[in-house]
Design a protein. Structure first.
Length: 384
């Protein structure tokens, strides 16, 4: 079986211009996400000119590791003085996300690389995209799975009908102490984005939110950690309908064994086979040449190893496992600027994943299957 995945098409995206880059973080309030502080380091034609962070110690740390010549306590001052073309909006927490992105758009930034999740509500996401779209600003969001070799290999095998007709996509959270609402927000954004990557736009959602072994009520609504807005539940099962008869499911609970990364995975089920992969940078793809797994035939699984991502030209000390994928997405972002298209992991894609997250609460609140996209843009839990 050929193991060459069409990831090559993404890796071949090139940009030719030169870009002045700035980095926005906030140590102690979201920090710099998963390696977004060093996502630009070593990229050809990209000059890191400044970092902004109101925390003095964090600011100096990132200035040292990126070798930025200047550092600011206020990102607004950095944007005004440096006039960067490219900015990393890095804080993992969501409370400042909208203000940072809108300020970048208003300052004339051409491209933004943003940490996930995209926003706390669709209202916020709509405003950010409107501000950027009106000025031609491109946003790529750090959904690194879109640069994973295993994901692209699976996509190629589906296109070749190796597993027959794709009929079901099953995704799972980490099932740890964040199980339920927090897992859905922080990690579910990756998994639901992957569903769309394979199946296109979701047309409906039907979900159940459970708290303490019973259906969640308005009394179970609580603020998310990391200033993520409102969440609910410790056990969530959500189902989505896509075109061509494809159904997607997402599950997250608080597992009695403590959960962890081994549970964070995707299953692609077809009429004649199954593909499974985990969310690790070097993950293989597991292939079963039958539509349903049988516990007494584990020997039927085949392990497929796609070629890894090329090592970045310059990897700073202590860079995260996401570094190579971050650089693939940033290179594609800059190519998208020059080609006048949306990046492979765009802000519009991230908003659609957020919409699938919030549809879980709207469906549970109504006790019904609901159509997508959502017409009401406020957070469903604020209307419960």
């Amino acid at each position: 079986m050929p193991l060459e995945a069409p990831l090559d098409q993404l890796l071949e995206q090139h940009y030719s211009g030169t870009y002045r880059a700035g980095i926005i973080g906030h140590t102690g309030r979201g920090n710099y996400g998963h390696g977004l502080d060093v996502a630009f380091v070593g990229l050809p034609g990209v000059e890191i000119v400044a970092v902004a962070d109101p925390d003095e110690q964090g600011r100096h740390r990132v200035q040292a590791v990126t070798r930025a010549p200047r550092a600011y306590a206020d990102y607004g001052e950095m944007l005004e003085r440096e006039r960067p073309d490219l900015v990393a909006v890095a804080p993992r927490w969501l409370d400042q996300r909208e203000a940072m992105i809108v300020a970048c758009a208003q300052a004339g930034v051409k491209a933004i690389y943003c940490e996930k999740p995209f926003a706390r509500s669709l209202e916020e996401a709509d405003r950010m995209l409107a501000a950027c779209d009106a000025r031609g600003v491109k946003i790529a969001v750090a959904h690194q799975n879109r640069a994973r070799p295993a994901v692209w290999l699976a996509k190629e095998l589906i296109a070749k009908r190796t597993i027959g007709r794709l009929r079901m996509i099953r995704t799972f959270g980490k099932q740890d102490h964040r199980g339920g609402g927090q897992d859905l927000l922080v990690l579910g954004t990756h998994m639901l984005d992957l569903m769309r990557f394979f199946a296109g736009e979701a047309r409906w959602c039907h979900a159940r939110v459970v708290a303490g072994g019973r259906d969640a009520t308005a009394a179970d609504v609580r603020p998310a950690d990391e200033e993520g807005g409102l969440i609910a539940g410790d056990d969530i099962v959500a189902q989505y309908g896509f075109d061509h008869g494809i159904t997607g499911t997402y599950e997250s609970t608080r597992s009695d064994d403590g959960g962890g990364s081994p549970y964070l995975h995707t299953e692609l089920c077809g009429t004649s086979g199954i593909l499974v992969f985990w969310n690790d940078a070097g993950a293989p793809v597991f292939y079963l040449p039958r539509p349903f797994a049988l516990p007494d035939r584990t020997y039927e699984w085949e392990v497929l190893h796609p070629a890894p991502l090329p090592e970045p030209a310059s990897t700073p000390p202590g860079a995260s496992a996401q570094h190579a994928a971050n650089q693939v997405l940033v290179r594609d972002l800059l190519a998208a600027v020059e080609q006048g298209r949306q990046p492979i992991s765009s802000g519009h894609d991230a908003r659609a994943a957020l919409e699938m997250i919030l549809a879980v609460y709207e469906s549970h609140r109504q006790g019904a299957r609901i159509p997508l996209p959502l017409t009401e843009r406020t957070h469903p839990l604020t209307r419960w």
